[in-house]
Ligand binder design. Structure first.
Ligand SMILES: [Zn+2]
Length: 346
């Protein structure tokens, strides 16, 4: 008797249908709740003869499982039907799409390019993976020159200490671009070379294994140090304000002679002296000088006919001066809280 009832419920359960979530809930209550049909069977189960208990017990379990499965199946079908519905509300407001911001290094690089292009400089970009010949040797860094130690970089291949074209490396400065350009172009040359450069340095707030430079080069007849100074003064005033003063201090670079480092009057205290400028009223922003005649000759330009000047600056340094970013690591950590600070800077 009981077995027949279970069999008929099994059939019933396997063909259950429901039109919506509410009907599904009704089915659940009917079969699976405390007062439902399956629990009611348990009362009859007590009266089953001992030798039948195992068979009947297993059958009741089978019924319960198939009721649970069928009801879950109905729920899933109802959900799928809902998500495939083409009842789309076109009037609902859109999800906001966050607009990115320009990176501070790009903002400052573009500003530098902008200023120099107004003075007739055109853009040239060389390779980041270069050879020893263009990065060092053509620029007067002899193989045993101590200045090489100041620019320790990452070598990809160092197969032959005597053949500099065989040593492949990540460039340590963008001056190599100038060598590439001079090698393949006749003067007059007036180029600006922005880009990423690499150094073998431990990463800290003040040093990183990569940073950005912009270098400039002008080679023509009768180019003088006076021209260089005027171009740099114009740059400093455009970049940091019309009251900015510049100061040139003698320095040394292998590829220029004479060489100088340029300071600008501290743009925080206006030259009065403050913590930022170490109370000197001046901050260093770039290196420059007249291109060494040896470099011109090494690149196939006649140093008896042409002269030239070159300058180079670190973009991170200029960005720090403009926006007070004093930890280099912030530039490459991709922290959007930092990057969003520059939303209104361009
Ligand atoms: Zn100052």
């Amino acid at each position: 008797m009981l077995l027949e009832k279970i069999e008929s419920l099994l059939k019933e359960v396997s063909t259950l249908t429901a039109a919506n979530a509410e009907e599904i809930e009704q089915l659940r209550l009917k079969y699976l709740s405390k007062k439902g049909e399956i629990n009611a069977l348990m009362a009859d189960f007590r009266n089953v003869a001992a030798d039948q208990k195992k068979t009947v017990g297993m059958k009741i379990n089978e019924l319960k499982q198939s009721a649970i499965e069928r009801i879950n199946q109905l729920k899933e079908e109802a959900q799928n039907a809902e998500s495939h519905s083409d009842d789309i509300d076109l009037t609902r407001s859109a999800y906001p799409i966050g607009l990115g911001t320009r990176h501070p290094i790009s903002i400052v690089t573009n500003e530098i390019i902008d200023i120099f292009s107004r003075m007739g400089f055109t853009l040239y970009q060389g390779p980041e993976i270069d050879d020893d010949k263009h990065v060092f040797t053509m620029l007067n860094f002899a193989a045993d020159h101590p200045a090489r130690d100041m620019q320790d970089t990452f070598f990809i291949e160092r197969s032959d200490p005597n053949d500099v074209t065989k040593n492949v490396l990540l460039r340590s400065h963008t001056s190599g671009d100038e060598a590439h350009y001079m090698e393949t172009h006749e003067p007059p040359i007036r180029i600006l070379c922005p880009g990423r450069v690499y150094r073998n340095e431990a990463i800290s707030a003040r040093a990183h294994c990569f940073f950005h430079q912009v270098e400039g080069l002008y080679v023509d007849k009768n180019v003088s140090f006076t021209d260089l100074k005027q171009v740099l003064l114009t740059f400093a005033r455009e970049m940091f304000g019309p009251d900015t003063k510049i100061r040139l201090r003698p320095s040394y670079f292998p590829f220029t002679e004479p060489s100088a480092e340029m300071d600008i009057s501290c743009n925080i205290c206006g030259g009065e002296g403050c913590g930022f400028c170490k109370h000197t009223g001046w901050v260093e922003i770039l290196g420059c000088g007249m291109v060494d005649p040896h470099d011109l000759a090494a690149c196939g330009i006649d140093p008896d006919v042409y002269t030239g000047y070159a300058f180079g600056m670190g973009v991170e340094r200029i960005t720090n001066l403009k926006y007070r970013v004093n930890d280099l690591r912030l530039f490459s950590e991709n922290d959007t809280r930092f990057l969003r600070e520059f939303e209104s800077a361009y």
